[in-house]
Design a protein around this ligand. Structure first.
Ligand SMILES: *Cc1c(COP(=O)(O)O)cnc(C)c1O
Length: 717
């Protein structure tokens, strides 16, 4: 198997030939100097036209420009410096993991996930689960954890969201242009695309494999749209989370079983399997099958695989747990389980939820039973999950259940505002703050930052957000279909002086996007107060098949267009990783009001807090452990039929009594001292702890280490 990166850039002069490797390694997505190098090469305009995607930009660049760059001493100096740093980071023996684990190079951790959010140039994600996986891979590279990712190469993962003048999401899915994305198709020695076959019923289906480089680590994405497959099979990897149960089952078979097969084709036999949510859990079966085929008896094989499997469950939302009808399971697994000597009854029992046995084969129940290392994604989520699944262990007391938690975290180099990190933090926290960011003592220096300095940085980020929104509205205005009402709803009247709340997330109903709009009159009073006005920026996508969510989105849009709010509410199209960066850096308050206990963790509030944007949130997910009384605002979710009304009232009250007065209380220099204190506390709490650095280290200590040694985790039976 090989791929020839340089073939793709045939005209790249030898002196700068390594640019080809760099373009295909997402290392640049979290190292600003990498992006800077490409910007220097092609110029700002070309960089921006390419959608900040160096592969696309380099394909479009004139040979003359490449030639000139290869002769330009200034460019070459920078090129050599960046390349030295890049190659240093690629050292397979580097990183924290290697000082922790014996014989690290003999191990690999296979990480399976249905989605990955790494960069907007590679849109194979829907939301939080994907960003968690993307941040995990980047951090694994930073720490030298030998992870290898497995997922799908969706041809149209990306919904270009377009809102009609009456507020309906009418987005079209855009096909990803793979030839210009930072992914490469694997080929066999003859140069043909590598095809791996996966048993499905009595026939086979074939996948092609695409490789993404994430720093030191690789991510393999499977694609079923190949000629060798029949038309229905070709569409298996068509879209994220298809609603058709049979197709979804086939998708999960390919993800789990196919994922193990492609690793094998690559010569990778992972020491540990880490399942990011239940979708890929059939990987467990394939790992068992390999062992049985190698001569182990079934029981030993199950035992062995269990000990080396980590399962992370991510949601209390019932629809988030896949259940497949037994007849379908029979159809697809009848002969497969026979081959490993498992009876149908034994197999079905592994996937039965005893509280609801008729609901079908439950992927979460299956994964919980078949892994020895199980975790939730926040302390609160552990409590909820214990309640949900305690019946799987009827003989155990609640505290003894073999469940643990590892709170989610965000990848600091990805989510920190570049200037805040490279100018302010470097100056006041120290040159090496980023390398040492999980060291809490560094963050104690946060008070060294003068209030006006931090405030100026924040004001800059806020202006840059509002400029971005204005640019988008201007573009929209050029569209002959658009009307002035739409342009106002898109945020043209936003004012950088005004206290700004941000609410951006998928339009899933449990996230309650319309909670803030519950009482128009009270909200109107808050937003349009002539002395102390407030504005809200909304963004988010509805799943294309989810009409209910599109209706919620329409309500938000209608509020944005409602004259009563005087242009103080905006809805911004196309919430993706790019817009998320602007939002989490540039608003003043991040609002989070899911219906407890449905938000297992939530990560956008961590991104905001890291950048000095405090969160106002109901106690749920990470906020139940992240809030300390000084780093934002929190309230207990209400119970009962009127809980939405009461939760809305809690938010209004916090805004009226605390947020607004604090924000507008400024000193003679125009700096809101009390507010800046809160900003600093938000940064101080998030910086060392709610990060993927702490998270990946915790996975290593709690699970990978015992799993690598074939031991049962501390709390497991
Ligand atoms: C971080 C992020 C999410 C997840 O945020 P939640 O707080 O879990 O809702 C979703 N979408 C984008 C674009 C993100 O950056």
């Amino acid at each position: 198997m090989h791929y020839r990166p340089r073939d793709k850039f045939a005209n790249l002069p030898d002196r700068i030939a390594d640019l080809g490797d760099l373009a295909y390694n997402l290392w640049w997505s979290w190292h600003p100097e990498g992006r800077e190098l490409f910007m220097m090469l092609g110029g700002r305009a070309a960089w921006s036209r390419s959608g900040h995607n160096p592969v696309k930009m380099m394909h479009e660049l004139d040979d003359g420009i490449l030639k000139l760059a290869s002769l330009d001493p200034r460019f070459l100096r920078y090129y050599d410096a960046v390349m030295a740093r890049f190659l240093g980071d690629m050292d397979p023996a580097g990183g924290w993991f290697h000082s922790e684990i014996a014989d690290p190079r003999e191990h690999s951790i296979a990480y399976f996930s249905a989605e990955y959010g790494l960069h907007h140039a590679l849109p194979v994600y829907a939301g939080g689960l994907g960003f968690l996986a993307g941040d995990y891979l980047k951090e694994s590279s930073d720490l030298g954890v030998p992870s290898v990712g497995v997922g799908f190469m969706y041809p149209e993962g990306y919904l270009l969201q377009r809102i009609t003048p009456d507020g309906w999401q009418a987005g079209a899915c855009e096909r990803l242009d793979r030839e210009n994305a930072p992914v490469r198709r694997l080929r066999d020695d003859d140069g043909n695309p590598l095809l791996v076959d996966i048993p499905l019923l009595d026939s086979h289906i074939y996948v092609e494999v695409w490789k993404v480089q994430v720093g030191r680590n690789d991510l393999y994405l499977m694609d079923t749209a190949v000629d060798a497959n029949d038309p229905w099979d070709r569409t298996i990897s068509d879209r994220l989370y298809t609603g058709d149960p049979e197709q979804r089952l086939r998708q999960e078979i390919v993800l789990g079983i196919g994922g193990v097969r492609i690793l094998k084709a690559m010569g990778i036999n992972p020491s540990v399997l880490h399942l990011n949510e239940g979708h890929p859990a059939f990987a467990i079966l394939e790992r068992i099958r390999e062992k049985v085929e190698g001569g182990m008896n079934l029981q030993e094989a199950e035992e062995e695989v269990r000990r080396r499997t980590v399962f992370t469950t991510h949601t209390p939302v019932p629809a988030g747990h896949d259940k497949f009808p037994f007849p379908l399971m029979e159809k697809y697994f009848g002969s497969y389980i026979q081959k490993i000597g498992m009876s149908q009854r034994e197999f079905f029992e592994l996937g039965i939820d005893p509280r609801d046995p008729a609901s079908g084969f439950n992927m979460t129940a299956f994964a919980l039973r078949m892994s020895d290392h199980r975790n939730c994604v926040s302390r609160r989520h552990l409590e909820v999950t214990r309640e949900m699944w305690r019946h799987l262990w009827p003989d155990l007391d609640e505290e003894d259940l073999p469940l643990d938690y590892v709170t989610n975290g965000i990848h600091v180099p990805t989510w920190i505002d570049r200037r805040l990190g490279n100018v302010t933090f470097i100056k006041y926290l120290g040159r090496d703050w980023l390398e040492k960011h999980d060291n809490a003592s560094i963050w104690e220096l946060i008070d060294e930052i003068p209030d006006d300095v931090l405030w100026r940085q924040h004001s800059r980020m806020k202006r840059s957000l509002i400029n971005k929104i204005n640019d988008r509205a201007r573009d929209k205005w050029k569209d002959p279909e658009s009307d002035s009402r739409t342009i106002i709803a898109f945020g043209t009247l936003l004012d950088p002086q005004v206290l700004t709340l941000g609410f951006a997330r998928r339009f899933a109903s449990y996230k309650r996007a319309t909670l803030l709009l519950r009482d128009y009159e009270r909200l109107q009073k808050i937003l349009t107060d002539p002395r102390h006005p407030v504005q809200i920026i909304f963004a988010g996508k509805a799943h294309p098949d989810d009409q209910q969510s599109k209706l919620i989105l329409q309500q938000v849009y209608n509020a944005a267009a409602d004259k009563r709010f005087q242009g103080r509410i905006a809805f911004v199209e196309d919430y993706d990783q790019y817009l998320a960066q602007y939002l989490v850096h540039g608003v003043d308050v991040w609002v989070n009001n899911p219906r407890p206990p449905m938000e297992a963790s939530g990560t956008s509030g961590m991104k905001a807090s890291l950048n000095g944007v405090p969160q106002l949130s109901v106690f749920d997910g990470w906020w139940s452990e992240g809030y300390n009384g000084k780093n934002g605002w929190g309230f207990e979710g209400a119970e009962g039929d009127d809980k939405d009304d009461r939760d809305a009232a809690s938010i209004y009250e916090i805004l009226e009594k605390e947020v607004v007065p604090l924000y507008y209380r400024v000193d003679d220099g125009g700096v809101p001292r009390g507010w800046v204190k809160l900003m600093k506390e938000a940064i101080r709490v998030t910086g060392p702890h709610f990060t993927s650095r702490r998270m990946v280290k915790e996975y290593t200590e709690k699970f990978y280490r015992p799993a690598l040694e074939g031991k049962v985790a501390r709390k497991a039976l």
